[in-house]
Design a binder for this molecule. Sequence first.
Ligand code: UDP
Ligand code: MG
Length: 202
Amino acid sequence: MSAIQKPEVIFVLGGPGAGKGTSCKDIVKKTGYVHLSAGDLLREEQNKPGSEFGELIKGHIVAGTIVPVEITCSLLDREMQNSPSPHKRFLIDGFPRNQDNLEGWTRNMTDKAIVKAVLYLECSQEVCTQRCINRGLKGSGRSDDNAESLVKRHQTFIKDTMPIIKYYEERGLLFKFNSMKPPNVVMEEIYEKFKEIGWATD
Ligand code: UDP
Ligand code: MG
């Protein structure tokens, strides 16, 4: 219909503390991709004075459950539309996390963006949890970087997000990385994959 290239999206998934945000921040420095963190966008919306969704988001984050997709998807859509990047390539971290997210994305975004791949950062629950606890102790300020929320976040990951990872694996879109390794090693391995596939060029 239109000659204009649709934005390209790579989703980045993994348990809480698997290193999604860290890896994305490093990868964007080396590629033309723009990093969008669904969790960060929700936290921003939660803290916006007068936001009609603030309380709802706050409740989900501390309980480790998942915010309704209409909210998350509209924040992502807005960021993609407002991005000044000429490349229109996005690394979306921490989304889609459950069936509701996947259906909402498919419903609202299929005409607006192409999902090129999904990166899955594999890491044990123990290592993930320890990283988030340390992040909390160092002053992340996050309401969910505590032992109680982490148990729930991990349960949500196993029950709700793993089936989404499986869904993309069955469609041949999944790339797995062992994120128990140090961050710079994980980033290099992801970057090597980007180069191999030809995603690293501008
Ligand atoms: N969250 C959500 N939908 C999303 C992304 C995040 O509901 O698409 C909420 C959810 O409650 C999650 C929290 O935000 O537990 C923190 O997400 P984030 O991705 O920042 O945490 P991470 O997995 O990176 O530790
Ligand atoms: Mg994160």
